[in-house]
Design a protein around this ligand. Structure first.
Ligand code: NAP
Length: 460
């Protein structure tokens, strides 16, 4: 895939970036592997200094980091700044806590002593998406660098300036060459990197299709992998919910990052008592968003990340309608330069409609009125995905009972699914496997080594 900066708000081509040749690629893997030897032997405190410095740079130059995000993939500038600060939070979180998370764990065998030590495993390879161009990198690099691994990253083709900015960040923070390496690679080279014996683990965040390809290559080479894939999160509103708050959060859950979040609410499942009123208020709020330059603070509706993403999503909506869905709002392109789509609501999506099982990655909401709580849970679980989801109810205990029955990796009560450094992130089913963030994320790529002290004359 080409590495190109194109401003999706205007269609303006900004520049392209050369893919690495195989010789350059091999040299970079060698640098990373050499760096691992010293980086992994260093103290946590030394690595923490670098991670703290990287976080401080993100905080001090928030706008410098935010602008390329908005420029290359169209995120509203306020959201880009928030992403830069969230990335700083993640780096600081692991700088502060990594040593404690990886402390040896004492075991209690019948005789003698034993403990499980956590040690780094080597060079890790990450394949990352464009929708959160720094946050995705921070949640891969932060924990793994603090654990003593080194990381190499193939970022998405449409955010090359962000990819380079994040690599430079680590160098400026004092990381040695090879600790964090950006790679502009073809898909064929992705497989080549995964097959390289110096690479010890593979992490992908992206679509299920990319996940299948990268996980297959990792499996064929016996490499541990984590897969953070797509989702079709349910946003359940029960009859006792606070309707105003539910609508307010529904708009955020659908439109944050112009709907291009793995955990964006994609299926709005509302109990009949509230369904009509919810739909009316939700539709009115979506219709009132103001498209414009995402660099402008007044804009509330940005473009999609690329023209190709817009064309694909509009086609998906068209196919859903021809298979029987009803268009309640939007559905088309906005008549202005750039790749803007009208906020869209579809309803009447039967289980035989292919749209029922698809992920809509953008400002498209699928709306489902249902009879009651049981029907809401059954519909939420009738999905190939299992990433996040949310339940709105006045009764928190009821919300917890519902959450316990939802088959996903994350459920939020009275809030859309979202992320902070200390909460684990990940899914089940076609949404992938493994967890990022929290104390769990740092455990994915470490060797859990048993060290046993047995009495010399113990029976075998
Ligand atoms: P994507 O097309 O799968 O791309 C993700 C990354 O994988 C990009 O770097 C892409 O490179 C690369 N890639 C794609 N196919 C590949 C292949 N066959 N071999 C090697 N590399 C490959 O996904 P996207 O459109 O960028 O992102 C949206 C998807 O990511 C959605 O499904 C979303 O739900 C999911 N996502 C999940 C999470 C999570 O944590 N679960 C977070 C964010 C996004 P190119 O750009 O060069 O094609």
């Amino acid at each position: 895939m080409p590495y190109q900066s194109v401003n999706p708000a205007t269609g303006e081509f900004i520049g392209s970036f050369q893919e690495a040749g195989d010789t350059e690629l091999d040299a970079k893997i060698k640098t990373a592997a050499d760096c691992y030897v010293s980086w992994s032997r260093g103290l946590f405190a030394v690595r923490a200094l670098v991670a703290h410095k990287a976080a401080a740079l993100l905080r001090h130059r928030t706008d410098d980091f935010a602008r390329p995000v908005t420029l290359e993939m169209g995120k509203l500038i306020a959201e880009s700044r928030a992403e830069v600060l969230l990335s700083a939070d993640i780096l600081e979180y692991y700088a502060r806590n990594a040593e404690q998370f990886l402390n040896p764990q004492k075991l209690h065998p019948q005789i003698g002593e034993a403990e499980v030590q956590s040690s780094p495993i080597g060079v890790l390879f990450g394949v990352q998406p464009w929708n959160f161009p720094y946050y995705q990198l921070a949640r891969f690099a932060g924990p793994n660098l603090m654990a003593g691994n080194v990381v190499m990253v193939k970022h998405a083709g449409c955010v090359p300036q962000c990819a380079l900015a994040f690599e430079n960040l680590w160098l400026e923070a004092g990381a040695p060459l090879g600790a964090y390496t950006n790679l502009f690679l073809s898909y064929k080279q992705v497989d080549r990197v995964i097959g390289d014996p110096r690479i010890r683990g593979v992490a992908l965040t992206g679509s299920a299709g990319a996940g299948k390809s990268v996980a297959a290559a990792a499996g064929a080479n016996l490499k541990k992998s984590t897969m953070e894939l797509g989702g079709s999160d349910a946003f359940i509103v029960l009859e006792d919910a606070d309707l105003e708050m539910a609508v307010k959060w529904a708009v955020w859950a659908k439109m944050n990052n112009t709907g291009q979040c793995c955990v964006a609410a994609k299926r709005f499942i509302v109990v009949n008592e509230l369904a009509d009123e919810f739909l009316e208020k939700f539709g009115a709020a979506l219709a009132s968003l103001r498209p414009g330059d995402p660099m402008d603070e007044e804009t509330t509706l940005g473009p999609l990340s690329t023209e190709a993403a817009l064309v694909q999503l509009m086609d998906q909506v068209k196919r859903a309608i021809s298979a029987g869905a009803t268009l309640v709002l939007g559905g088309g392109r906005i008549a202005r330069p750039g790749s803007f789509m009208q906020p869209t609501i579809l309803t009447g999506i039967s289980s035989s409609n292919p749209a029922f099982r698809e992920e809509f990655f953008g400002p498209v909401a699928l709306f489902f009125p249902v009879q009651d709580e049981a029907a809401a849970i059954a519909l939420a679980n009738d999905s190939d995905f299992g990433l996040g989801g949310s339940v709105f109810t006045a009764d928190i205990e009821r919300g917890k009972r519902v959450a316990a029955q939802i088959e996903t990796g994350m459920v939020f009560i009275n809030h859309p699914t979202w992320t902070t450094p200390e909460l684990p992130f990940g899914g089940i089913k076609d949404s992938g496997y493994g967890r990022e963030l929290s104390s769990m994320g740092i455990q994915e790529f470490v060797n859990k080594k048993l060290v046993r002290v047995a009495p010399l004359h113990a029976a075998a």
